[in-house]
Design a protein around this ligand. Structure first.
Ligand SMILES: Nc1nc2c(ncn2[C@@H]2O[C@H](COP(=O)(O)OP(=O)(O)OP(=O)(O)O)[C@@H](O)[C@H]2O)c(=O)[nH]1
Ligand SMILES: [Mg+2]
Length: 387
């Protein structure tokens, strides 16, 4: 655990948080790292910060490359309803999967490391598309592309882990999960969540909103911890069950949860038994599915599984006199009419009168509801404004 950093290191972390440009951030992170003492207790933090530094340096390089239009880019702009990044060891079949699922012309070969830069394709699911990103392979520890692929994962909406059924599926899964974890990317949903919003101006003090519970700690402890990082003005939200360690993680912003789907590929060679083995032995958090990119077996299920794990809904807007839009808004499960109004236009929130709903969340077609009405997948929303 990272607690008990010297005051100097804590003060330097604030500089990282306050850095405005990428260059400033890199410099501040370098200075922070050199102020962190080397011992067992700081090992994870140092590993994480070192990786983060490598990613930021990569990003800087990437921006320069983009500006001069030289070389290939690892920045993949999002398109479609969600970005899904494939991650796997060499030869697991990532490129063939992306090709089969989207038609994109990826490089497929029995030679490992045939993919050297990200390639995208669009996977259709009903009336929406997911952007699939084929990536170079990851190796345990120090693969040549690990940092770049972790950078892609950090940005992804969902991670698709690709395993090879002919190999040690459980071992490979744990390898991938370890790589992700050491880059601060968690696949298991944490028991709680902490959000810290810092205020640079004004004296609001530390405001703690409890939407969950603190485990073995008090609000005073949270305030003391923040103060030790020279954070005196902030709004802290505690959701679910949260420990003081979680609060510290939130100060660092170093844990990021990502939903995932795990694919055991090449089941034409391996058989379905390995899927069961993975579920029972590795404690995989998301869904596991056996597929064959070669024969196409199981591929038709992927769109729906991705949709489900993303926990998103599609909502169609309708104007009071017009038809229903055929392009849905993509919202998080639990979204309300307020979220729709916000997406359409700020004025829609200000001048909101009522909404009518058709679809799964309505008691009857055209039900009249307010801003706090919780929507469901495939709802149609018609917003009426005050005159
Ligand atoms: N039998 C069988 N072979 C497959 C399957 N999927 C991929 N392959 C083969 O496995 C080899 C590697 O496939 P790729 O798609 O290039 O693998 P990759 O994960 O992109 O590899 P890297 O780019 O090196 O990371 C190729 O020879 C594919 O034809 C499958 O489902 N069944
Ligand atoms: Mg490939």
């Amino acid at each position: 655990m990272v607690t008990n950093l010297p005051a100097e290191a804590k003060a330097k972390w604030l500089k990282v948080l306050e850095a405005r440009t990428l260059e400033e951030k890199i410099k501040a992170l370098e200075e922070f790292l050199s102020a962190v003492p080397k011992h067992k207790g700081t090992e994870n933090l140092r590993e994480w910060a070192t990786k983060r530094l490598a990613e930021l340096r990569d990003e800087l390089e990437e921006r320069k490359r983009k500006a001069t239009r030289r070389g290939v880019s690892f920045l993949v702009e999002k398109e479609g309803a969600a970005q899904v990044v494939l991650v796997g060891l060499p030869n697991s079949g990532k490129s063939l999967l992306v090709h089969k699922l989207t038609g994109a012309r990826t490089r497929v070969s029995e030679v490992p490391f045939s993919t050297t830069f990200p390639q995208v394709g669009m996977l259709r699911y009903e009336d929406i598309y997911f952007q699939l990103v084929d990536t170079p392979p990851v190796l345990p520890g120090k693969g040549p592309y690990n940092t770049k692929v972790m950078g892609l994962c950090r940005n992804a909406d969902l991670i698709l882990l690709v395993l090879d059924a002919t190999r040690d599926v459980v071992g490979d899964y744990l390898t991938l999960r370890k790589e992700l974890e050491s880059a601060g990317i968690l696949l298991s949903r944490p028991r709680g969540r902490v959000e810290i919003e810092r205020f640079k101006t004004g004296k609001v003090g530390i405001r703690v909103t409890m939407m969950g519970e603190l485990v073995n700690a008090t609000v005073e402890d949270v305030k003391k911890l923040l103060a030790s990082y020279n954070i005196y003005n902030a709004h802290v939200k505690i959701m679910g069950s949260v420990s003081l360690d979680d609060v510290e993680h939130a100060i660092f912003g170093n844990v990021l949860y990502k939903p995932s789907v795990t694919v055991v590929n090449k089941i034409d060679l391996g058989g379905n038994a390995v899927v069961q083995e993975l579920v029972s032995k590795a404690g995989v958090p998301g869904v596991v599915v056996g597929v064959s990119a070669l024969t196409g077996e199981g591929l038709d299920k992927l769109g729906e599984l991705i949709f489900r794990e993303l926990e998103i809904i599609r909502v169609y807007t309708k104007s009071p006199h017009g038809g229903v839009s055929n392009k849905p808004l993509i919202l998080k499960r639990g979204a309300t009419v307020l979220d729709v109004a916000r997406r359409v236009h700020e004025d829609f929130v200000k001048n909101f009168h009522y909404a009518r709903i058709w679809g799964p969340s309505s008691k009857y077609p055209g039900e009249k509801v307010g801003l706090d009405h919780v929507l469901m997948d495939k709802d149609v929303v018609e917003i009426h404004l005050k005159d």
